[in-house]
Design a protein around this ligand. Sequence first.
Ligand code: MLC
Ligand code: AMP
Length: 507
Amino acid sequence: MTNHLFGAFRSRMPAPGRLLMETDDGRSITYGDMLARSAQLAHALAQAGVEPGDRVAVQVEKSPEAALLYLASLRAGAVFLPLNTAYTLLELDYFFRDAEPRLIVCDPDRLSGVEPLAASIGATVLTLGRGGQGTLASQASRQATEFSDVARGPDDLAAILYTSGTTGRSKGAMLSHENLASNARVLVEQWRFGADDVLIHALPIFHTHGLFVATNVILMAGAKMFFEQKFDPARILSLMPRATALMGVPTFYVRLLQQEGLNQDVAKGMRVFISGSAPLLAETHKAWRERTGHAILERYGMTETNMNTSNPYDGERRAGTVGFPLPGVSLRVTDPETAKPLAQGEIGMIEVKGPNVFAGYWRMPEKTKAEFHGDGFFITGDLGLIDADGYVHIVGRGKDLIISGGYNVYPKEIESEIDALDGVAESAVIGVAHPDFGEGVTAVVVRKPGSAISAADIAAAIAERLAKYKHPKQVIFIDELPRNTMGKVQKNVLRETYKDMYAGKAG
Ligand code: MLC
Ligand code: AMP
């Protein structure tokens, strides 16, 4: 048996001298370098005690070494667990206790905070900095540049990615080698990636979009990427003449449209612009087409399922839709109450089944069971319809979720923090249309009688507890939350009341 996913990358690898990555700080990594350095890192993992099936939790800045660490983890047969760099120590503590990683890799600057957490679960800690420095790198540099990949089958776990549930407790989505391999293969084919492609990679690599959709597709195609530390619109524009593809969240496209230099000329060598992770407004699609001559190709996915649908490469890319189910993916729309399939055109729950769909939530068999039907369809929590031409439209969410700049934010998690503060009677956290982030996290708070708690007090209280992108952009105080006859808070009424509050804000 080979190593299922890494073996697939290997089998499509171009000549070792071909470039895999060019970075914004002037470094070049060839496919040969990738093989040698991921081998060294895989040895370093084994030396740190990582055995097949062990989790390797990683919270580091984006760098080529961070991407190579993902490949090393695959090769060592481990389960890669990437974590958002914005997570606070309190948030990390939860993930570590839940996943029980054998090894934690963190930024050197975070070591003093991470060490006690690691000690409490008996994990080893190594460091990896943005420039490739740290204890992991120094251990790896002493290792052999060849490594015999640990055999892993299609159903063995390759990664666990945490995604918050509606209860506010994060769940670890278990992704197998075949979940990732099948999706990368399909996307390479659907989006026509080949060895001559050059992707502008400006996404973080701790989520499905940047790690799997972008990186796995490039590895599966034997292509190259400009591996950017972060999204900088002016820089993206300067790379376009040397690139062929861009993948981004809608905020990327909104911000690029604000660049004066965006025009047909700068985009003429580009083959495809892909968007996902959050709804792309039809007006953004239209404005992009007018400015560049390109129709953005929108697709739809989730942490649990990888990519489910995509607009066509050839054929009409229809604004406001997420296209067709990918080959091998079955998609149906059902009545959320009865779970009965609905007729074409009717709005209901989107459910999917296929080799892309995850193996379940880590150590949560009950939650896993609750989100699948007996026939294997996964209940996405997204509401949508299939139109007469077969295009899938996402029209809303059956789950209480805000997507801000492509990051998921679960209102319940923030409400729990705010409600726990002295002086707060209750709160409701909602997503309000935001021109830059798509939705802006907004807290509506009812004070306790006599309390003078302010927005600044709330911000200060959650600063150390929640990742920055989850913090409310605005806090509104009202006397009473609107409720229906059942006593349930009417978030739709609040969303309607405050719908224009971010209108015209640039960022
Ligand atoms: C940053 N900030 C955000 C934010 N990103 N606030 C709300 N929502 C966000 N997404 C805050 C910071 O805390 C900071 O606050 C201020 O904005 C500026 O920070 P920054 O670091 O300069 O932000 P910037 O680089 O501009 O980041 C914006 C962004 C980034 C859109 C480039 O958020 C991003 O890369 N998003 C992509 C997320 C992603 O990869 N999602 C895929 C999930 S996978 P202050 O107060 O300090 O100024 C998935 C499945 C699928 O969904 O289908 O793909
Ligand atoms: P995550 O859990 O971070 O992977 O986010 C997945 C969620 O993002 C999905 O369930 C959808 O609600 C949303 N999403 C992803 N792509 C799109 C898209 N193209 N349009 C609308 N929503 C999307």
